[in-house]
Structures are given as structure tokens and as C-alpha cells.
Design a protein around this ligand. Sequence first.
Ligand code: ZN
Length: 397
Amino acid sequence: MGNVTSLNQKWALDLLMGCLKINGVTGKEAAIAKHITASLINAGVSKNLIKYDKAHQEIPLPTECGNIIVTLPGNVKGQRLLFSTHMDTVPLCAGAVPVLKGKKITAAGKTALGGDNRTGVACLIYLAAKLMKENIPHPPITLLFTVREESGLFGARYVKTEDLGSPSMGFNVDGRGPEGITIGAVGAERFEVEIFGKASHAGVYPEKGISSIMVASIALAKIQRDGWFGKIQKKEGEGTSNIGVFSGKDMTSAGEATNVVTDYVYLKGEARSHDSKFIKVIRQHYQEAFEFAANQVVDDQKKKAKIKFHYSQDYFPFKLKENEEVIAKTLRASKTMGYESILKTGNGGLDANWLVKHGIPTITFGAGQNNIHTVEEFVDVDAFWRGCQFTVELAKS
Ligand SMILES: [Zn+2]
């Protein structure tokens, strides 16, 4: 850690490269969490202000550690502000090796990079260093580094508002640049379908079997034909849906032999919309399609497959009101920085979905991630630096 004057672009970039080098795919955040903690201490944050919460004990998937929460006192009076970001990366980032070339950071091999969301992580550590090393007037500030964002926004879902010091508003760093301000996002439901048919010899007694594969196929064909698959545009609303898994038990293939009528199929899908009610409408069409399909595929005794349909709310849609103080504050900072900002709503879930649900009005902007979740992912170094400076501007009193 250098002195005050060295908190320049080079310093921030080194910090980012350090964060990109550490693997930490969703659920396996222990190593990156350790790195974040060490970097914060190095930035001048006192160790007793850095805490792990117990979110990982509530998350229904194995997770190595909880969220990191840093509560910094203010040097001027004011309401507490929250700055959040997620520390995990998508599984495609496993083994990523960052390479800096000119104004771009890419991954060396056939992996994604993890700029989503180590750009956010580096931004918040940079902010901490600025606040600790320079005499910037700022209100009390909480930094939140969440786990398991990429696998279902779990860290933000299970964080406790009290642990965050009940902040008045939030700024989430997770996106391309500081000029795009996300003030709303879709909500989503996930669902699982199990189809219990009946096995039989497909050559000798096919009429005694009930094919789960056929039930699933008829259901999906109906869904597609009726306009409820993919991009959905209906009079009553708009949204999207997808089936992401079509398998047998424990992710094995659906059926194993050509001479057996398949007795079991497992599917997993999702429905999204900016309108809470419409998410349910989409999901109900899936439910009905599977019931419809079950009636089409019967054995010689007129018996049919049993459908087990299970769904759960993934996250809630939100849209901040244009007169929210968090938006006004963001636009003031944008103006100071000379940005032409745009307010937008997104079609992906964000940690902000849950932070807003927890009562913390939260906007989201970015710090240089591009082509996320693909092997083409890269970080735009200048956008990253702008993101760092914007974060500091927002933290100022
Ligand atoms: Zn992200």
C-alpha cells in the first residue's frame, strides 16, 4: 500500500488484477473473501470493522462463507450509505488467468474472466482506501460483499438489514459503466417438474408403458405453440421463460435405453417479468400444459403419468420511483463527473432486487465488465477507473 498520492489509476488497476487472479466461483468464495479482507486491512480499514455474516448457514446450497460486511464510521453527520457488490463469479470463470493488454483485460484461456464482478469488488476496496487515506468528508458507510449472487442472489437475499447498520440507500456496483443507472429489474420464479410415467418393454409391450419423455415433449410443444416460451408478449403482460434442464434422476439422461418406455423425467425452468402477477401467469401456463400433456399419453388401462410441479419465488421485481433520494443523489454525482447518465430497467436479477425488498432503495451501476458469462468477457480499463471515481463521488457528503 503506497501513500496518498499513489491512489491513482495504476494503483486501482493493480488492485483489480489481484482480485481477478483469485478463483471464487459461486459458492466457493472463501479464498476471494480472504483476499478482500486482507486488501481492506491493507487499505487502512481496522480489522474489527470487518465482519462475516451467517448468510451461508441459511443459503440452501453449500456455501463456503458468509457475506463480508464493513461498517465504516462517518467523519461528518449523515444517514448511512450502503455500497454493495458480489464477490462470486460464474462457473465458467474457473481457472481464469487475467491478461492486461492496453486498455483491456481478457482471460488467457477458454474461460470467462470474472470482471463480473471483481470490478465491483476492486471498486469498493478502492473506495475504502480513499476514505481511509484521504480526508474526504463522508457519512457512515457500509460496504457489502455478497456471496452466491450468480447462483440465485442468495447472499443479498439472506443478509440482515440490522447487520448492515440500517442504511438509508444503496449503490450496487455490477455492470458495464457508471453512466448506466439501473433503477428497476425483473423478478423471477423457478420451477421444477417431475413426470412419473411407467416403464415397459418398448418393443414387446409398448402399450403398457407411459412415456414421461412424451408427456414432457407434448407439454413443451404446447407452451411454445401458445406463445409462452422465450420472449413472451401478450395483451396481459410481457416476460420471458425458459426450460434449462431436461434430464432423468440426479442429472442423468432422461431414459437410458431405446427399448424401455421412459418412466421418469425431470425438468427445471424459470419465468421472468417486471410484473409480479405476470410471472405467476407464465408459470401457471407451464403447470397447465403439463397437466394437459399427461392426459394425452395413457397406457392400455387409460392410466396416465403423475406430474409433480414445484415452484418458488427467486426474487421480486422492483422499480424505484423517479423522485427517490437515491436517484437524485446519483444524478447529482453524475453531473459533477460530467456523465450523460441514463436511467434504465434490467431483465436480469440483481442483488438490488433483494436490497430493495429489504427496504433499502438501491441503484446499480457498473465499473467496466463486458460480455459477461462468456469466454469473450473483458474489462474495459477506463470504464473501471470511471467506476472507481464515481463510487468515491457518491460516498462524499
Ligand atoms: Zn454480476
